[in-house]
Design a protein around this ligand. Sequence first.
Ligand code: C2G
Length: 135
Amino acid sequence: MEVLKRIITFGTFDVFHIGHVNILERAKELGAYLVVGVSSDALNISKKGRPPIYNQDDRMKIVESLHCVDEVFLEESLELKGQYIRQYDADILVMGNDWEGKFDCFSNICKVQYFSRTEGISTSKIIKQVALDFS
Ligand code: C2G
């Protein structure tokens, strides 16, 4: 009997767009249960030096509302990835290929798979475009 795989992925998912939908749908195709770690506002401020446009509660609610997503949690630290993978009993970690190689260190606890990013779209590109168009 085939064991139903549990998938985990992480992201900010700020100004939610088609690239986010694509990777979440592809991740879900790998298994039966998709858990998504949505990075906290504080983590974003420490990583990017600015808060996200949408706050963490809204970003979690948007991601959780997707048909392909079974569960969301708040990712509070990049250093806790191994702990989250174990806590959510994940068989496969999925990330976009902008993170290629960065999470190979977890291949002893789960399979690590990188998917190519959707071309031509990113949150920072949208923010810049909107700022230009409405300035
Ligand atoms: N993504 C994609 N195609 C795009 C944009 C994003 O496939 N055009 C993917 C990214 O590769 C990532 C996911 O969508 O796997 C979420 O992207 P971001 O919200 O930009 O996530 P990031 O800020 O990189 O946070 O612990 C890791 C971090 O939480 C990842």
